[in-house]
Design a protein around this ligand. Structure first.
Ligand SMILES: [Zn+2]
Length: 318
């Protein structure tokens, strides 16, 4: 069974973690780099382990690894050889697994919750380009080229022992197709597939979300479908569009509503929601079953979601 159904069999909602990069910056890591949080993998792996641990303590049922922007091609450009690049990608999984095992080894941490799992991040090709194109798509790449790009990292993440894959911030249908096709080469692993969206109906490149979800619906390795790194204001509509086309659990982990400036490598504007976590109940009512936060969200936000999911929501249900 995939780790998502294992938890959703017992709990009405599954809590995803929040932003990794934001939290690393808050702890003094310098992410002004094309490799983004992947750079910290090289230089300060211990801080990554600590952030994962803090999200588990906040109530997250899963950790998304620091491999979003970690790719063999990206690391090779920085002078690492292929083996070193693969080792570093696998380090992202080992750090999250170590944090999970440390968390779970304390009996007091186990009360009233499921054993958390590790979802290895498969960021889009656009994240490797580091020019903001994960929010635009239009890469001018064939499905085969995209499969070739994603293959070495996906293999490394699976072999490192990740519980599942988090294929996230996918801006285009062609990239979703490439990832779905590639998953069949690794039949032992399940994955969630999560798009970035430009409004209530369309993913970033412009295709209708409902059409994208329809295409993925029959793929047995895809355990959940949804949207991440998108403004919370579009989330209720996007959940409705996803639900129209799937029986799979729907996931959402929006960003805080600020917009990303790839040139400056910075986030602009204000948080759309004063209390991010308070909106989890609205997203649940709209039909989402996996709920967390993406860029600019914090362990405090996740704590609000977890407290609702493991207290109020459970009470409502009984
Ligand atoms: Zn994000």
């Amino acid at each position: 069974m995939d780790p998502i159904s294992t938890i959703l069999d017992y709990y009405p909602a599954l809590v995803i973690d929040g932003a990794l990069a934001t939290e690393l910056e808050r702890r003094g890591c310098d992410l002004k780099d094309d490799l983004w949080s992947a750079r910290v993998l090289l230089e300060q792996p211990e801080v990554i382990r600590q952030v994962h641990l803090d999200y588990f303590k906040a109530g997250a049922d899963c950790a998304i690894t620091a491999s979003y922007q970690a790719t063999v091609e990206g690391f090779q450009r920085r002078g690492l050889n292929e083996k070193e690049s693969i080792d570093l990608i696998q380090t992202s999984v080992h750090l999250a697994l170590a944090a999970r095992d440390e968390f779970w080894s304390e009996t007091t941490n186990r009360t009233g919750r499921a054993r958390p799992f590790v979802a290895a991040s498969v960021g889009p090709y656009g994240a490797f380009l580091a020019d903001g194109s994960e929010y635009r798509g239009n890469y001018a790449m064939s499905e085969k080229d995209l499969m070739d790009f994603h293959r070495p990292r996906m293999r490394a993440l699976v072999e490192a022992g990740a519980d599942m894959l988090a294929c996230e911030t996918i801006p285009s249908l062609i990239e979703a197709r490439a990832i779905a096709a590639l998953l069949r080469e690794f039949p032992s692993i399940s994955a969630w597939l999560s798009f970035s969206a430009r409004d209530e109906k369309h993913i970033s490149e412009g295709q209708l979300l409902v059409d994208c979800v329809k295409e993925l619906e029959s793929h047995t390795q895809i355990a959940a479908i949804g949207v991440n790194c998108t403004s919370p204001k579009y989330i209720p509509g996007l959940i409705g569009n996803t639900k129209q086309a799937t029986e799979k659990p729907v996931l959402v982990y929006p960003n805080s509503g600020e917009s990303y400036d790839a040139e400056k490598n910075a986030w602009n504007g204000d948080r759309v929601l004063s209390s991010f976590g308070e909106h989890a109940r609205e997203w649940y009512r709209a039909g989402a079953r996996l709920i967390g936060g993406c860029c600019r969200t914090t362990p405090e936000d996740i704590q609000v979601i977890a407290s609702w999911a493991r207290n109020d929501l459970l009470m409502e249900r009984t």
